[in-house]
Design a protein around this ligand. Sequence first.
Ligand code: NDP
Ligand code: AKG
Length: 495
Amino acid sequence: MTHSAPAAALRHYINGTWEEGTGSVLTSVNPARPGETVAHGPQASTEQLDRAVAAASAAARAWAGTPMHERGAILLRAAGILERDQERLGLELAREEGKTRAEAQGEVLRAAQILRYYGNEGDRSAGEVFSSPRRGERILVVRKPLGVVGVVTPFNFPIAIPAWKIAPALAYGNTVVWKPASTVPLLALRLAGALAEAGLPAGVLNLVIGPGSLGSALVEHPRLDGLTFTGSTGIGRRLAAAGAARGVPVQAEMGGKNAAVVLRDADLDLAAEQVLLGAFRSTGQKCTATSRLIVDGAVADYFLDRLRARLDAWVTGDPADDGVHMGPLINGAAADSVSAGVEAALAEGAELAYQGKAPGRADPDGGFFLPPTVLELPGDPAAGAANTAWREEFFGPVLSVRRAADAGQAFELANQSEFGLSAAVFTQDVTRVLDAVDSLDVGILHVNSESAGADPHVPFGGARKSGYGPKEQGGAAKEFFSHTTTVYLRGGNPG
Ligand SMILES: NC(=O)C1=CN([C@@H]2O[C@H](COP(=O)(O)OP(=O)(O)OC[C@H]3O[C@@H](n4cnc5c(N)ncnc54)[C@H](OP(=O)(O)O)[C@@H]3O)[C@@H](O)[C@H]2O)C=CC1
Ligand SMILES: O=C(O)CCC(=O)C(=O)O
């Protein structure tokens, strides 16, 4: 079935006005049918970025002085607009990013839920009051915005990740300059459009669509007061270093190499279903995706058979079509890099435990599809640990398996990574659950559910080298998007 639509014109939102870019031309395509253009037009230039930062800077004082309930009311109206348009936006997201229509529509609703959470922030505590060791005094800790915040976002959650950065930034009184991933500009236009339609004053949110170099120009900009980034580890570290050199706070959410641990007492059917979803939903392109599976040797053969049986029913194809479970990768370079990773892993001794079917890439208009793939890594501990598929984030539909002798060894293997974003553990034994909580060094732990998925009201982010700076979402977002002033408060005449 085809779901094509006319290509959208690329625009940039600067100081409350939609304008044409003055940079080179950008085209985003449907990764399932790369001949189909989704959005097209000139990118923003550095002169436009400069004007966007100037507009955000000019709007900062008035926005910071706007009552939080008024700021929140705009976010709540924007949430309603996303809910109203959820079907159309879900289809557009599936066409531009490649996740299935159901997941895409779910992501639009998740963005709305995030806007609602921060829209209601005015009803929550805005600071703290301490008693003082001196008579007639109280000590208040009040929160203030940073000022102008840069937001740089990845392709894989084109509306939810921007929402969970932009909504708290705005709720706590910052103004924003946003540079989205250049593979998914259409959804950026839609989110900025919803916030503009909801009544955001001019200059409070500015959208500049353009290449990665605009992101580095942003962190170097003398009027920037903070930068929040999600994306690859290399770029996140460079931005963090650039921010540190200038004294600008940076929050960076980066890579993951997340493990699912299946213990011998687990409900193995439930675990097989959840590992399947964690590894292959969104084509494995989630920072929280399950890319390593550690299964107790006593149940490994049975478990892998259950997983293979589920994979036999897993359909890869056009994500806009009903009945499809997995779409393409975001672009040809991503698909090539994942294929190269699989080849390297096989050359280093991995065995192909399963490879599913996917539409071919040979046709010039063939989408960037890859089959779901399961690799069993060498049993030798050193060879297993050294295998490329164990160490490197592929960001694609590949699951690497190792067997463990017992729970203790399984947790050791799970910690065998420089990353520590999320993990899943499958067991029915509460003692094992408590062991997992104590021993797994991750920012997010799912017990008897897949390693991906996060709610807006609780902290999100990684341990180890997965994250830098304060965590995102829930109350944690406040730590990054505001700073504190401690007020020693006495009456004028203590008597
Ligand atoms: N921990 C987490 O929460 C998450 C982590 N990720 C990680 O992100 C990666 C995949 O996302 P992807 O979009 O490919 O990541 P990238 O790091 O390639 O891109 C992320 C953003 O950074 C921009 N960018 C590119 N180069 C520069 C630069 N030199 N300076 C500043 N900004 C730059 C990109 O722009 P452009 O698109 O124009 O190149 C994009 O907007 C994976 O490694 C994944 O683990 C993804 C989502 C969540
Ligand atoms: O697990 C989730 O739903 C969020 C994951 C995420 O932020 C990401 O993959 O970019």
